[in-house]
Ligand binder design. Structure first.
Ligand code: PLP
Length: 463
């Protein structure tokens, strides 16, 4: 019976290799005992499910050592994004600029004036740290930062429209991803959804007819992650603002991403320029910190001071307030926006979006040049498209160049897996029978790592 070949926890704990790990890492043997138990349980259930039909003692010990070592290190590791998706939500969205990383390290390793007013020597507010910078950059009257844009939407609905009606166009009751639906978040907040118009066409008079004494807000949601073409009509922000003013009802626009740097001047997409929306006198606007803004995860709310004050006073803000690392990263990211020339050079999100196909091709060529001569024939540079990602501008295809790896001597699924298991992991995508590595999102200092990784992996298959 195979179960009998499972060793006891005690015998494993006393094995010299395991004892060595305990000594070298100064971890308690209690913790190692828990890990051994967990591991042996996994082995047992693999036997039960039929996944495992035979085990050798050596194999088991090797696996156990890997299992333990893995759990003595952080689970979260840097990865190389060769997918070409600049804002890859699964890969952590924005890459922070060097200046931000330096500031973060400085703040994280010391005490700071997070909630301490250095002028008065009294308690200060964390909400004051970036408010002025945000109002300067956007032209808004007041600003507030929360954990992410999802919490911004929630806080605004809860603080301003709980138990009251919020009018939304049927075409804008969207699902953003990660099960975040406008209709669900509204239910959670206690606001009552009043849907108007149809999926494809909504007019100002649809909103106007729905207004009643219980209406607390007119909500406009940016359709970030899908495109609707053909026979469509939606109400312009300025028209909604006029309607809101006429009936004294605040208008809130959830921009999703929005941009503080106008990408339209590079003819990239049609993402609303936040300053322009502010100029339209929308009462409240919210957007993400880690989408096109290129900073840390955060939800930025801007708009009328009285409404921002209402949000600040809501008890929920205590649960949604950003931590010092977020604020440090956001403040130093926003400081880069004061100098646009520096910004496009230093902010990875914008820099990678604005890379020209020629610049990307050069990166791809550098990568291929670093492959060993024997392996060069497996890699070809071909034109392709990258995406912005993060639910932003789904219809925008950025012309790019990819290194397409293909050979009859190996299977691309295998290659994709090996790259993913590499240290650091390299994430690429399979298209037909080739593995594509988009040079746009491979950072400059990662080119050599990717080339070395490919050389090593080819080597294991070629001997
Ligand atoms: C992305 C997005 C959100 C959620 O923002 P997070 O910062 O990811 O929480 C909300 N609304 C819209 C329209 C979005 O595009």
């Amino acid at each position: 019976m195979i179960f009998r070949s499972i060793p006891s926890v005690a015998s494993q704990l006393n094995h010299p290799i395991i004892k060595n790990i305990v000594e070298n890492h100064a971890v308690s043997s209690d913790y190692i005992t828990i890990l051994i138990k967990k591991y042996l349980e996994e082995v047992r259930s693999e036997i039960v499910s039929g996944q495992l039909t035979s085990i050798s003692e050596d194999q088991l010990l090797n696996d156990l050592v890997d299992f333990i070592r893995k759990r003595l290190k952080p689970n979260m590791v840097p990865v190389i994004n060769a997918t070409g998706v600049v804002l890859h939500t699964n890969l952590g969205r924005s890459v922070l600029p060097n200046a931000v990383n330096q500031h973060l390290t400085k703040i994280a390793g010391r005490y700071s004036n997070l909630e301490y007013n250095l002028e008065t020597g009294k308690r200060g507010s964390r909400h004051d740290i970036v408010e002025q910078l945000i109002t300067t950059l956007t032209g808004a009257e007041a600003a507030l930062v929360v954990n992410n844009n999802a919490s911004a939407v929630f806080l605004i609905l809860k603080a301003i429209a709980s138990e009251k009606e919020v009018i939304v166009s049927r075409g804008e009751i969207v699902e953003i991803g990660g099960s975040f639906r406008i209709s669900d978040i509204m239910k959670e907040s206690g606001a009552i959804l009043n849907e108007v118009g149809t999926t494809n066409r909504t007019y100002t008079h649809d909103y106007e007819r729905a207004i009643n004494e219980n209406t607390a807000m007119l909500l406009k949601v940016h359709k970030s992650n899908f495109v609707m073409n053909g026979y469509t009509h939606s109400v312009l922000t300025e028209d909604l603002v006029m309607l809101g003013q006429k009936h004294h009802i605040p208008v809130y626009e959830d921009l999703g991403s929005g941009v503080l740097y106008d990408l339209k001047k590079h003819k990239i997409g049609n993402e609303p320029f936040i300053k322009e929306i502010v100029n339209k006198k929308v009462d409240l606007i919210s957007f993400s910190g880690d989408k096109l803004l290129g900073g840390p995860q955060a939800g930025i709310i801007i708009g009328r001071r009285d409404l921002i004050n209402t949000l600040k006073k809501n008890p929920l803000i205590r649960a949604l307030r950003p931590d010092k690392l977020t604020l440090a990263a956001l403040e130093s990211t926003l400081l880069l926006y004061l100098d646009e020339k520096k910004l496009v050079e230093e902010l990875p999100t914008l820099r990678d979006i604005l890379l020209t196909p020629q610049e990307i091709k050069k990166k791809a060529e550098e990568l291929c040049d670093l492959l060993l001569d024997d392996y060069k024939p497996y890699a070809k540079i071909i034109p392709d498209y990258s995406e912005i990602g993060g639910g932003s501008m789904p219809d925008v295809k950025l012309p790019s160049f990819v290194v397409a790896v293909h050979s009859d001597r190996f299977d691309v699924q295998w290659l994709e897996r090996e790259l993913r298991k590499h240290d650091p992991p390299i994430i690429a995508r399979i298209h037909k029978n080739a593995l594509l590595l988009d040079a746009r999102t491979i950072q400059a200092d990662e080119i050599v790592i990717v080339a070395q990784g490919l050389n090593e992996i080819f080597g294991t298959r070629m001997i």
